[in-house]
Structures are given as C-alpha cells and as structure tokens.
Design a protein around this ligand. Structure first.
Ligand SMILES: Cc1cc2nc3c(=O)[nH]c(=O)nc-3n(C[C@H](O)[C@H](O)[C@H](O)COP(=O)(O)OP(=O)(O)OC[C@H]3O[C@@H](n4cnc5c(N)ncnc54)[C@H](O)[C@@H]3O)c2cc1C
Length: 324
C-alpha cells in the first residue's frame, strides 16, 4: 500500500515567515496590515506582511530575507511622502523604527563643533529640537518636516533655505548585494528634493547618517524655530496631508500655478485641494487613495492645459495602481 502525505502549499507570506523563523528574525510582523494608520495622509489598503524593524540588525536581516525571497522590500519611514493605493501593497513593507542617535562633541571644554550620528528611522524634527535645546545648530530648518532621517536623505528634504544634503557629513548604506558602505554627500548627487537614491526602489537603503553641528545660543535657536513653526501654522493646512504634491517647476511655484487654475477647494470624495495652499491635498473625511489620485491628475492636467507646464510629482505613489 502506498501512503501519500498531504502536500501543504505555502503562500509567499508563509514561506518568508518560515524563513524568518529559521534566521532568528524576531521583529513584530503583521499580516494584511492596513497602511492608512502608517501614512500621514491616513489612506492606503493592506500590505501582505508588515514588519516593524526596531534594530538595524533586524532591518538588514529583513531586507536581505525579502530580497532572497525575490520580493522587493519597501522601506517605510514616517509615511509622509507616499500615497499608498486602496488595493494596498503586495509583498513586504518594513517600517523603520531604528531611532538611536548619539552626539559626538569635538575638542575639549565643551567644543565648538559636533557630529550627530543618527539611525535612519530617527525623527528628523525630533533631532532638530533635541540638538537645538543643547545649543547645537545645523538642523533647525527641519523643525516642521515630519521625516525619518533615512527618507530625508533620499528626498533631500529641506525648508527655510536649509536641506539635508547640506547638513550631512556622511551616510551609511546597505547596498543591493547586502554590502554595507559609507558615502559622502558628494556621492549622493543631491539636487532639489532629490538624490541619486530617489526612485531606486530600495536598492540602496540608508542605515544611518552623520550631521555636522556647531555651537549656537540655544535661546536664539529656539526663537528661530518658533518663527519657522509659526510660518508653517499660518501657511500650511493642519489636516492629514502629504505636504507638497508637486515639485516647483524651474523659476515658478506649483501652488501659484494650481491656484491660478481656480482649483483651491476642489473636492473628490473625502479629499480636497487645500483652500490654504493649492499644492496640498488634505484628507477631510475618510478619503480614498483614488480620491487623492483623482485630484493629483486634475491638478496636473489643468496646469498643463493653462500653462503648458508639466508638473512633476514630489510624492511617491506606492502599491497597486493599475486597477484605477
Ligand atoms: C505636513 C507635512 C509637511 C512637509 N513639509 C516638508 C518640507 O517642508 N520639506 C520637505 O522636503 N518635505 C516635506 N514634507 C514631505 C516629507 O516629510 C518628506 O519627503 C520626508 O523626507 C519623507 O520622510 P518619511 O520618513 O515620511 O518617508 P516615507 O514617506 O516613509 O518614504 C519616502 C520614500 O523614501 C524611501 N525610504 C524611506 N526610508 C528609507 C531609507 N532608510 N533608505 C532608503 N529609502 C528610504 C521609501 O521607501 C519611500 O520611497 C512634508 C510632509 C508633510 C506631511
């Protein structure tokens, strides 16, 4: 008599979870996790596997595991520059919760300069506040940008005449073949809201960054940061958003162009082009990602029709969009 054993067919998620167990990767993992709570726009459907990497070791382990399993991992910082589709994301999203940092002061007697080392999941505005309070200047421009350090490097996040590329000393990267190497800011080819890492779909991942800081009166830093915060309060909406939708075209301003098309306040479903700032879309009431994308398309089409200017997205659509 031949006894046949039932064959268990493992899903890709089951396979990767089994492999994670074999490699001793114990970071918290959630199946079919909705992405909306993990993005500043509060939209986005479920991801197959959502991993919270609390240490750089786990982050590297999960990235390598996903690549070994032929899945491109998507690394998420604070989710403040992504528009995740309603259909969600197939594969693995790794949330970067590696937030350790260290201030290294140079010289004796308190020193006049310092290097700030930060893991890539650290909050950039959080670091700006903490270092300024201790009398270190260099990151005060970042006070209102809800970025993780890693994504701030990728996007060259900036405001108030400062940006990430100009503040950096060096960056540590996990490369495509899981090699770890350091690069200088010159190697990253920084430009307006871009670096050579942008759009490379996590082939190179920022593990940590080092920033140059210098001594400054903490009271002066505090009042400068208060001015920046007040300026944002007056000019930017407070509802859930993803910041500026489009980059400014050379010599012009995306908000001005969209406003000139009369689009302020236009609504699709629960999404609205902000009456306060035309280059921002706000989630007023349970918006779908498709509502937001509908407004993005409208803004782009109207500006092209009126001014023959092609606006380029600053935000990144993520996930399954083909069914829209
Ligand atoms: C209210 C508001 C105000 C804003 N103001 C500004 C502003 O003044 N200036 C500005 O520049 N931006 C601004 N932004 C946009 C946004 O905060 C920045 O683009 C920021 O850099 C995104 O950081 P994040 O951690 O949220 O990235 P996420 O949205 O999580 O990720 C963005 C991209 O970076 C990739 N990524 C994330 N981490 C890493 C990593 N470690 N290595 C490699 N790739 C990685 C992701 O895969 C994704 O492709 C604003 C957004 C909001 C919501």
């Amino acid at each position: 008599m031949i006894i046949t054993r039932p064959v268990t067919v493992l899903s890709p998620s089951d396979k990767i979870l089994r492999a994670a167990r074999d490699r001793g990767l114990s970071a918290p993992v959630h199946r079919n996790e909705p992405m909306a709570p993990h993005t500043s726009l509060r939209v986005g459907g479920p991801v197959d596997l959502f991993v919270q990497a609390l240490t750089l070791e786990h982050l590297m382990g999960w990235v390598t595991l996903a690549r070994d399993s032929d899945m491109t991992p998507l690394l998420l910082g604070r989710g403040s520059n992504v528009l995740v589709s309603d259909e969600g994301v197939r594969g693995v999203v790794i949330e970067n919760d590696c937030g350790a940092y260290e201030l290294r002061v140079h010289g004796n007697n308190g020193g006049q300069s310092a290097t700030l080392y930060a893991e890539s999941g650290a909050s950039l505005p959080g670091l700006a506040y903490r270092t300024a309070r201790q009398g270190w200047a260099g990151l005060e421009w970042a006070v209102g940008i809800p970025a993780s350090v890693g994504a701030a490097v990728v996007n060259n996040a900036g405001a108030h005449d400062g940006d990430t590329g100009s503040a950096l000393r060096q960056v540590t990267i996990l490369g495509e073949r899981s090699t770890v190497y350091r690069v200088s800011p010159e190697d990253l080819d920084f430009g307006y809201r871009r670096s050579r890492l942008k759009g490379n779909r996590c082939c190179e991942i920022v593990l940590s960054a080092e920033f140059d800081l210098c001594r400054e009166d903490p009271r002066q830093l505090a009042s400068q940061m208060a001015r920046y915060t007040e300026h944002r309060r007056r000019t930017q909406p407070s509802e859930p958003s993803v910041g500026s939708i489009f980059m400014n075209p050379p010599g012009d301003n995306a908000g001005r162009l969209i406003e000139a098309c009369g689009l302020k306040g236009t609504q699709i479903g629960g999404a609205m082009i902000s009456p306060m700032h035309a280059n921002w879309i706000i989630n007023t009431n349970g918006a779908l990602a498709s509502d937001i994308m509908g407004l993005v398309d409208l803004m782009r089409e109207e500006v092209h029709r009126e001014f023959s200017i092609k606006l380029e997205l600053e935000i990144e659509p993520i996930g399954e969009w083909q069914r829209r």
